[in-house]
Every structure is written in structure tokens, then in C-alpha cells.
Design a protein around this ligand. Structure first.
Ligand code: THU
Length: 174
């Protein structure tokens, strides 16, 4: 994430400075991904079948690769008490940390389906999941590449910081 000051021309806000935040999103077609990334997207797609989503009928799968190469998947799990549900991304991330606490996450792929099938646009993870992905990066001091699948293409970002500008982490409290 690059942050650069830029100058403003509005006379009434002469002293106000603006900060432009730039993020880089790579946009791929599925067949442009390398084998490892394609496998991860494929496993995230498979993981959507483990979703329990009778309330939203929105089936999300996440697959992450750990530094040691092990892949952990997750899917959203809903509950009649709606806020007790959990998203696919957090299901996978928490399972990974619970089972492999010494392993940083290197890449996370996310896929979603609704009643009409796979989404056309790349799936957009919720704010709470972005925060948790960032927390995992911060814990291991390793950025997590994130692949967001859509039928039209796959977005790839190098870090959760790209999805969460001006973010709050441990060091923000110091
Ligand atoms: N959901 C996810 O699992 N991941 C996302 O990125 C977006 C939302 C789930 C939560 C809930 O079960 C359903 O999708 C509808 O919000």
C-alpha cells in the first residue's frame, strides 16, 4: 500500500492536505494462474460444498496454504441466531492457527456461490474477515496473498493491508 500526499486546489481548504492511498490489484483469468494458485482456488471451490447456509443460501469456501505447504479449507457456517454464524475465511484461518500455530499463512483463496451458481464478480470478503486476515499477517509478520475468485476473473492482492487501508493492528495501540 502506497500513501502519498497530494495538493488540493480548493481555495477554502488551502491548508487541508489530502492523502491518496493506492492499492495494487492484479486481475487474472483462471488459466493465467500458476498451478499452486489454481489448486488453491479449486480447493476453495470444493470447500463451498461444506458450507451450511440455509438462511442466506450463499455458499463460501476458503482455502489457505501454510508456509509448510499444508492446505487448510473452511466454509461459512450459519446458525438460527444469525450473529452466531461464521464466515468461510475465519473458519479456515482459525482452524489453521488452532492446528498449526507455528505456521504463517502464505496464500488464501476465496470462492462463493449463490442460487445461480458461481459469482461473476470476484468475491468480496467482509470487513470482519479482512481484519482477521490482517491479524494473522501481523501475528506471523508475513503478508498473506489473497485470491478472490469470480467467473469474470480472479483478483489478487499481496496483503490484507490492500483490502483494509488505515488499518488497526497491535502496533496501533502503542
Ligand atoms: N460470508 C462468508 O463466508 N464470506 C464472505 O466473504 C462473505 C459472507 C458468509 C456469511 C454468511 O453465512 C453468508 O455468507 C451471507 O452473508
Amino acid at each position: 500500500q502506497q500513501i502519498s500526499p497530494s495538493h488540493h486546489h480548493n481555495i477554502s481548504t488551502l491548508k487541508m492536505k489530502e492523502i491518496d492511498i493506492h492499492i495494487r490489484v492484479e486481475h487474472y483469468q483462471l488459466d493465467e494462474l500458476n498451478t499452486a494458485d489454481r489448486e488453491l482456488v479449486d480447493l476453495a471451490l470444493k470447500a463451498t460444498h461444506g458450507a451450511y447456509a440455509p438462511y442466506s443460501n450463499f455458499y463460501v469456501g476458503a482455502a489457505l496454504r501454510l508456509a509448510n505447504g499444508i492446505i487448510v479449507t473452511g466454509a461459512n457456517q450459519e446458525n438460527a441466531a444469525f450473529p452466531s454464524s461464521l464466515c468461510a475465511e475465519r473458519t479456515a484461518l482459525f482452524a489453521a492457527q488452532a492446528n498449526y500455530p507455528d505456521q504463517p499463512v502464505s496464500t488464501l483463496a476465496i470462492v462463493a456461490r449463490n442460487a445461480n451458481g458461481l459469482l461473476d464478480e470476484p468475491v468480496s470478503p467482509c470487513g470482519a474477515c479482512r481484519q482477521v486476515i490482517l491479524g494473522v499477517e501481523d501475528r506471523y509478520k508475513q503478508p498473506i496473498r489473497i485470491l478472490l475468485y469470480g467467473k469474470k476473473g480472479v483478483y489478487s492482492v499481496m496483503s490484507a493491508k490492500d483490502l483494509l487501508p488505515l488499518s488497526f493492528v497491535d502496533s496501533s495501540m502503542k
